[in-house]
Design a protein around this ligand. Structure first.
Ligand SMILES: Cc1cc2nc3c(=O)[nH]c(=O)nc-3n(C[C@H](O)[C@H](O)[C@H](O)COP(=O)(O)OP(=O)(O)OC[C@H]3O[C@@H](n4cnc5c(N)ncnc54)[C@H](O)[C@@H]3O)c2cc1C
Length: 455
């Protein structure tokens, strides 16, 4: 087994020159966390001429942001119609998942909000492409679209796809079961939804490229500088002080993008609304041309509640991900065994292939599986991107930066913030509830598969 991740082994962007915060700093904004969320906020702020310091506990890219699958899938973790539903618009999904959109669909306020969010996510997707090009980030963009394949008959229908296209201006295409199976050599999948605008990239090169761009625009990024306290400044000057073990940053605003522990108590409701889970990825040996003939040309996500996804890497390896679980799976052998089982369920013909890499990551999500943004007295909190972070972190970075640099005149962030408020996720037993929640979905997938007539 090679270590640590495939993306570390194929790194092309340079790591930052490691430096911890030793001297006192002063900045307009102190961003805590240099993952995708923190770096997108920082980059958008420096583009708007703000003076920014970023504090990172470990090294840039060591977290989920540099270890993910690099699939830049349109929109959010929630599908467009689910977003409409979540923010109050009534869309009914019955068992065969026929969609009945009610009267006045175009006049609905909520529908407008859902459309707005979706169109912002599309702009954020374009912003990623623009920045990668402009900043010469060497992250191997592959514009191969993305296919959502349904494991159940009758779930993705042409009606559903047309309804989404009509309402959200998307150009998704419906693929029948026959079309899917002609290209994807698996009887596991039924119909599909093809999104031509999604793409893939090398996540570690991308996140390091963002960090390089932040620094070249004037942001100071300090690695191995854990923020341990946020307090009000007792001296005249900037209102907030963020402390690290050896020094501190005075600032007007703090943007917290760390997700997992409740140690700042700036907004306890927000912090307690986040749940976390672990998910895993394995990468096979190079498989040559054979792999595209079996697994098809486009990256795939399936529609099981316990979701699996895959894509073929430029050197013909298969990257396969999934296995969301509340507690970490410590043994690499077990991670491989479970991911293999999952892969073989769809592609039994891949029995003989060798696995070269396996790794995991931790992600944070809120009740609605949508990003959360909150602000209180100049302290911003941005998190909850779940397994779909590349586009939403770009969007939230712009929204927060525009609000701060306009002195809060730009209120677009409130559309997201007010639509998806922090909700109770079972604190202080969040991990236990997450365990039950994920198990329930995994059991449901298991039984549906066991008893479903397959063809
Ligand atoms: C296995 C896996 C596969 C995924 N695949 C995809 C995919 O294909 N497409 C997609 O869009 N999304 C994917 N995601 C999700 C995506 O990676 C995340 O949504 C995104 O990285 C979240 O970014 P973040 O900045 O919020 O969090 P993180 O990446 O966790 O960054 C938070 C940072 O804050 C730092 N930090 C924490 N506490 C402190 C502190 N006190 N002081 C200073 N720094 C601190 C941490 O060290 C970390 O670097 C995947 C995630 C995983 C785990």
């Amino acid at each position: 087994m090679r270590s640590p991740t495939y993306f570390e082994d194929t790194l092309q962007e340079a790591r930052l020159s490691k430096k911890a915060l030793e001297k006192k700093e002063s900045a307009d904004v102190c961003v805590i966390g240099a993952g995708l969320a923190g770096l997108n906020v920082a980059l958008s702020l420096v583009e708007l001429n703000k003076n920014v310091v970023v504090l990172e506990e470990h090294r840039v890219g060591d977290s989920a942001s540099g270890r993910n699958a690099g699939m830049v899938c349109s929109g959010f973790q929630r599908e467009p119609l689910e977003i409409m539903q979540l923010i109050g618009y009534e869309v009914q999904l019955n068992n065969s998942v026929t969609v009945i959109a009610y009267l006045y669909i175009y006049k609905s306020y909520f529908n407008k909000k859902a459309k707005t969010l979706w169109s912002w996510a599309s702009e954020a997707r374009d912003l990623i492409l623009y920045r990668v090009h402009k900043l010469k980030i060497n992250c191997g963009i592959e514009k191969s679209g993305q296919l959502t394949l349904s494991c159940y008959p009758g779930v993705i229908t042409s009606n559903l796809v047309s309804l989404i296209n009509r309402n959200f201006g998307t150009s998704f295409k419906f693929w029948t079961k026959e079309e899917v199976r002609a290209i994807y050599k698996s009887t596991f999948y039924h119909s599909g939804l093809y999104d031509p605008d999604s793409f893939s990239l090398h996540p570690l090169n991308y996140v390091l490229g963002l960090a390089r761009a932040c620094e070249s625009e004037g942001a100071r990024i300090y690695e191995e500088s854990k923020a341990i306290e946020i307090r009000q400044n007792s001296q005249p000057g900037r209102p907030w002080v963020v402390c690290t073990p050896h020094s501190s940053v005075e600032c007007d605003y703090v943007v917290l993008t760390k997700s997992f522990s409740v140690d700042f108590s700036c907004n306890t409701k927000f912090e307690r609304s986040l749940a976390s889970c672990y998910t895993y990825i394995m990468v096979t040996e190079p498989l040559g041309k054979r792999i595209r003939e079996i697994c098809g040309p486009h990256p795939v996500c399936d529609d099981r509640l316990s979701l699996s996804y895959y894509r073929i890497l430029p050197d013909s390896r298969l990257l396969w991900g999934g296995l969301a679980c509340a507690f970490p799976i410590k043994s690499t052998q077990k991670q491989i065994k479970l991911l293999r089982q999952d892969m073989l369920q769809a592609y039994p013909q891949l029995e003989d292939i060798k696995i070269d890499y396996v790794w995991g990551g931790k992600l944070a999500f809120g009740w609605d599986l949508m990003p959360l943004i909150q602000e209180k007295n100049g302290i911003w909190q941005v998190s909850g991107f779940g397994g779909h972070g590349l586009i939403p972190t770009t969007l939230c970075g712009s929204l927060v930066a525009c609000a701060i640099s306009s002195n809060y005149a730009d209120t677009r962030w409130k559309i997201l913030s007010e639509s998806f408020q922090p909700k109770y996720t079972g604190w202080p037993f969040t991990t236990f509830w997450t365990f039950l929640y994920l198990k329930a979905f995994q059991l449901r997938d298991y039984f549906v598969f066991k008893f479903q007539k397959r063809d």
